[in-house]
Design a protein around this ligand. Structure first.
Ligand SMILES: NC(=O)c1ccc[n+]([C@@H]2O[C@H](COP(=O)([O-])OP(=O)(O)OC[C@H]3O[C@@H](n4cnc5c(N)ncnc54)[C@H](O)[C@@H]3O)[C@@H](O)[C@H]2O)c1
Length: 293
């Protein structure tokens, strides 16, 4: 465990917030999750419980470790409960205005020395930092999905991030037994700068009728040795998040090669956001996922 950080606060009980809570509690930290409603907290805690149980079944942790880790996690829809946080990781919806509103709400509650980090996939760390009262104690700690499985964490400094903030974050990530890669503060950093244009291109391939959902995913799994097809991966990430990252790349780098595919826009407008909403490029409501086109 980190020598300086004991209490980890997490904003957002979605797929990423729950994953970060999971690995932090498993590493011995006390974790508090905040989201907009008690219902979201309850469903997040149920997800974490289920994921811990799977790790027990797979022999990755004992039942005692599972109950001890679970007991270290609390949650509420009251922002004041984040006050003890030494490190607060914001993992709310990928929307700059949402994140700005959250910082305005939480900064007055936090201890002056607390570090505020964002799990954003693409937004400017420097710009988000400027919306807080502590740009020198603000940075990007970008986990990959699913957090308990993926080994990488990208660390991103904003222009004002102090070295002490960066080293505390590096030490925290190492204590979770994850590997750090350092990215500069440019749209979508390293992983998503490379990954999302590939996913967007797969959606164009579908849009232009070059292949079906099944053909495209099979092609990339067997032809490029990817563990998941790009459309399956898009559903897994969340199509709203994918669109948001493409928009950040398009706006931030002003290059037409990042133009979000209109079909991606249409799926998001339909509320077909992938696995988390039950439907995306695949329909997850039955026993096995079925392509939606
Ligand atoms: N999905 C991925 O693969 C992935 C990977 C790495 C990073 N991220 C980033 O992590 C963040 C969260 O993504 P996710 O996939 O967990 O999204 P998600 O949709 O699963 O969860 C977002 C959560 O934020 C909550 N939220 C929204 N507004 C809020 C507010 N004002 N206060 C408190 N909570 C609020 C929502 O209720 C929801 O529970 C985003 O910034 C995303 O870019 C996502």
């Amino acid at each position: 465990m980190s020598a300086v950080l004991k209490n980890i606060g997490i904003i957002g009980a979605g797929q990423m917030g729950c994953g970060i809570a999971h690995v932090s509690a498993a590493a011995g930290y006390k974790v508090h999750i905040y989201d907009l409603s008690q219902d979201r907290i309850e469903s997040g805690l149920a997800t974490i419980n289920g994921n811990f149980a799977r790790q027990v079944t797979n022999g990755k942790m004992t039942d005692e470790e599972r109950s001890a880790a679970l007991a270290r996690i609390t949650g509420s829809a009251d922002v004041n409960d984040l006050a003890p946080s030494d490190l607060l990781i914001e993992a709310a919806t990928e929307d700059e205005s949402v994140k700005r509103r959250i910082y305005a709400q939480v900064c007055p509650v936090l201890k002056p020395e607390a570090i505020l980090a964002t799990n954003t996939s693409s937004l400017s760390i420097t710009r988000l930092a400027a919306a807080t009262d502590r740009p020198e104690r603000f940075m990007g700690i970008h986990f990959m999905n699913p957090v308990p499985v993926m080994k990488l964490v990208e660390l991103v400094r904003g222009i004002a991030t102090e070295e002490a903030t960066f080293s505390a974050a590096r030490e925290f990530v190492a204590s979770l037994e994850k590997t750090v890669t350092v990215a500069e503060d440019f749209p979508a950093f390293i992983v998503n700068r490379i990954l999302l244009p590939m996913i967007n291109e797969a959606i164009y391939t579908l849009y232009e009728g070059v292949g079906t959902v099944d053909a495209i995913d099979t092609a990339m799994k067997l032809g490029a040795n990817h563990p998941m097809g790009p459309l399956q991966l898009a559903d897994f990430i969340g199509l709203d998040t994918c669109l948001s990252i493409m928009q950040v790349l398009h706006d931030g780098l002003a290059d037409s090669k990042y133009r979000p595919c209109p079909l991606l826009v249409k799926y998001v407008e339909a509320g077909w956001l992938g696995r988390k909403s039950g439907r995306g490029f695949y329909d997850y409501r039955g026993e096995t996922p079925v392509p939606t086109r």
